[in-house]
Each structure stands twice: as structure tokens, then as C-alpha cells.
Design a protein around this ligand. Structure first.
Ligand code: IPE
Ligand code: MG
Length: 217
């Protein structure tokens, strides 16, 4: 979800106004994905690198999460969606952590889809964490075992990854899991991303030829 700041700047608004609009886009997009019966949806909400932004912006992001999380959770529960997170939550203020943990707890048994929120997430950190766990276990791991040591545990690898905002890079997102993901880089700034853009991406995805390194049968 990239481009909130630029979206705001173009309107002579503070960056946090872009983030607020971005939350609305996130909710609408997530709703649409689950309405389409996409079983797993991940949103990259806050990266380990985002911590290096000015304190004022980081605090504005925390405040937004606190403001919207409960309402958002009620919405997910109503849709029977399980909420999980990936990333180190210990970084967040206690009040926010409590809300997030409660969301995970309350939605644990939901079976209509999984929403995975990347919070203080970085793929290199995730891989190192998994390696250290494997070292502690003291025996060699195969792909299946290693995948279970990642934050994504029981989730399948992403079929499709879309980044808005015009940059063509993964920026430390699911580096291990994305080996065969279809990547989409769209120019639209995140707050302006709507149903039309989502459907364009899904249509193009449906037309792509996924061979997973094999030849076409
Ligand atoms: C993404 O938008 C939002 C977060 C990562 C929290 P940006 O804040 O990166 O927006 P730009 O890239 O400055 O436009
Ligand atoms: Mg950005």
C-alpha cells in the first residue's frame, strides 16, 4: 500500500491525511477481496523500515490504527474473517498491542477467510528469526519445515502481489514466500486505488501463464 504521502502532497494536505484516506482504501479493498472469496489477503501496513520515519508520522500512524482497529475488527468478525499479524508487535505501544491481540483472539475461529496484517514486518528479519529457531532445534530443515518457522506458518505462498505508487520493488516484503508470486506494480497511489484497479490486476493475473519453472503441458 504505497503512495499515501504523495497523494496528500498533491492536495496540499499533511501526510497523515493521506494515511487516513489509505485506511479507507484498505478497508474497501479487503472487503472486495473477501467478497470475491479470495481466501488469504495480506496487507503491508507497517515495515521495519517505516520505524525510521519522523516520530510525528509514526505516532500519527499508531493513532490511526488505534482509531480504526476496533471498528475494522467488528467488520471482519461479521464477515467471519480470521485476523492474524506478521511482524514484531513488541515495538507498538501497549494500548495498541492490546487491541491487536484482542482482534486475533476474538477472530481465531473464523473460517471465512484470513486477513494477515504485516505490522513492523521485514522479510530479512523474518528469515533470520526462522534460521535462529532452526539452529536452536539443532537439526537440518527442509522447505516444508522452514516455511513453518516463518510468520506465515500455515498460509500458502502469495499467488499475486500488488504494489501501488509506481515503485517496482518488493521493499523487504515476503522475500522467501514470493519465489513464484505474480508481481504487479501499478502507478495509482494507494488512496486512489479502487475496485476498477483491483479488477484490472485480477484480470491480468488470470491471463498470466504460471509455469513454476516447468514447461507448459
Ligand atoms: C504508504 O504510503 C503507507 C505506509 C507505509 C504506512 P507512503 O507513506 O510510503 O507514501 P509515499 O510513498 O510517501 O507517497
Ligand atoms: Mg512510500
Amino acid at each position: 500500500m504505497d503512495g499515501n504521502g504523495r497523494w496528500a502532497k498533491r492536495r496540499f494536505l499533511p501526510r497523515k491525511a493521506g494515511h487516513r484516506e489509505g485506511v479507507k482504501t484498505m478497508r474497501a479493498t479487503v472487503d472486495e477481496c473477501f467478497a470475491l472469496k479470495i481466501p488469504y489477503v495480506t496487507v503491508y501496513a507497517f515495515s521495519t523500515e517505516n520505524r525510521n520515519r519522523p516520530t510525528e508520522e509514526v505516532n500519527a500512524l499508531f493513532a490511526l490504527m488505534e482509531e480504526y482497529f476496533n471498528e475494522f475488527l467488528a467488520d471482519m468478525l461479521q464477515k467471519n474473517v480470521r485476523v492474524v499479524t506478521m511482524g514484531d508487535l513488541s515495538y507498538f505501544p501497549q494500548s495498541l498491542r492490546t487491541i491487536i491481540e484482542e482482534a486475533k483472539q476474538k477472530s481465531k475461529a473464523c473460517s471465512g477467510g484470513t486477513l494477515n496484517i504485516a505490522l513492523n514486518y521485514g522479510a530479512r528479519n523474518e528469515i533470520l528469526r526462522a534460521v535462529n529457531k532452526a539452529v536452536q532445534e539443532g537439526k537440518a530443515v527442509d522447505e516444508e519445515r522452514f516455511a513453518r518457522l516463518l510468520y506465515t506458518v500455515d498460509m500458502p505462498d502469495p499467488d499475486l502481489i500488488v504494489r501501488t505508487g509506481g515503485e517496482s520493488r518488493l521493499s523487504n516484503f515476503m522475500l522467501y514466500q514470493s519465489a513464484y508470486s505474480e508481481l504487479f506494480f501499478v502507478k495509482t497511489l494507494w488512496p486512489a486505488f479502487g475496485k476498477k484497479q483491483l479488477y484490472e490486476v485480477l484480470h491480468e493475473y488470470a491471463a498470466r501463464d504460471r509455469r513454476f519453472g516447468k514447461v507448459k503441458s
